[in-house]
Design a protein around this ligand. Structure first.
Ligand code: SF4
Ligand code: SF4
Ligand code: FES
Length: 281
């Protein structure tokens, strides 16, 4: 419940975990901004950046963060707010203050390399989606005709999974999804660095979002053309077998995607795939 207006403070203290660049030591910094009604965390960060001054009056570089849609659709503004991974555009200040009146605490996601301050590199997440071919293969310059119709039941099963916005909350909360941070080698090209990162990413746990997307695209009338390739990717090192069923993922997904249902279905599909592979040898 949002606290009544008269109890709201004139100012809000914001503690931010800052980091000047990849591999640099993180440090906490406290800022104080004027309170306004109905702010979200993005508007707090805009005020903090415009002020660029700590609570002690020290001039500092503006805090960096990422955002796009401002309506919980693009997934780019994810950070850890008061200890919980979530979107900063939909985190409402009045609600945060009602739960914890002393201050708001902002930190970057914990499982992705920090680029600067609250801005992280989520390329491992997108690498995972590429690995499992999270798309329907219909691109072309010719008319392929109408696709196969989906029943209402199929649509109802697919719709929740299609809402995934690649925000990474499920990965940040997952005990099996360990942080990977690859150091750069002096003189190394960007291509070589990316290739080393991808090799590391490909061997590590792919995560709940990608597992769920395999179910979405393997259920699709056209997407299922690549079902075996997706199951192959899902049973490689870093695949579904790494999931320890801790269920943290489903608890933090802002879109309330039934991730553990997807994981259970994918586990059964992986068993069928393995048996099929055995007899196809
Ligand atoms: S159920 Fe699996 S994917 Fe979800 S948090 Fe647990 S280990 Fe991670
Ligand atoms: S499954 Fe949920 S928490 Fe995970 S990336 Fe998609 S929307 Fe975010
Ligand atoms: S800015 Fe797009 S989800 Fe928050």
């Amino acid at each position: 419940m949002i606290a009544p207006e008269k109890s709201m403070p004139d100012t809000i203290d914001v503690r931010i975990l800052r980091q000047e660049g990849p591999g640099k030591k993180p440090y906490w910094e406290r800022h104080r901004i004027q309170y306004e009604r109905e702010m979200n965390v993005i508007s707090v960060l805009q005020k903090v950046a415009a002020q660029a001054k700590t609570v002690e009056g020290k001039d500092v570089a503006p805090v960096a963060w990422d955002c796009g849609c401002l309506e919980e659709v693009c997934g780019s503004c994810t950070m850890v707010i008061n200890g919980r991974v979530r979107q900063s555009c939909s985190a409402l200040v009045d609600k945060l203050l009602a739960d914890q009146p002393s201050h708001i605490e902002l930190a970057p996601m914990t499982k992705f390399p920090v680029l600067r301050d609250l801005l992280v590199d989520r390329s491992r997440l997108f690498r995972g989606l590429k690995k499992i071919k999270a798309w329907v293969p219909v691109d072309g310059y010719y008319d392929m005709g109408p696709g196969e119709r989906q029943s209402r039941e199929q649509q109802e099963q697919a719709y929740p999974l299609s809402q995934c916005m690649s925000c990474g909350c499920c990965l940040d909360a997952c005990p099996q999804y360990k942080k990977i941070e690859v150091d750069r080698i002096t003189g190394e090209s960007e291509e070589d660095y990316q290739a080393r990162c991808n090799a590391e990413y490909d061997n590590a746990f792919i995560g709940a979002n990608a597992i769920s997307q395999v179910m979405l695209f393997n259920d699709h009338p056209v997407g299922k053309m690549m079902a075996d390739e997706r199951m192959e990717a899902l049973t490689e090192p870093g695949g579904i077998q790494v999931c320890g069923n801790a269920q943290n993922c489903v608890a933090v997904c802002p879109k309330e995607i039934p991730l553990t249902t997807s994981i259970a279905r994918a586990g059964r599909a992986a068993t069928v795939h393995a048996i099929k592979q055995f007899f196809d040898r």
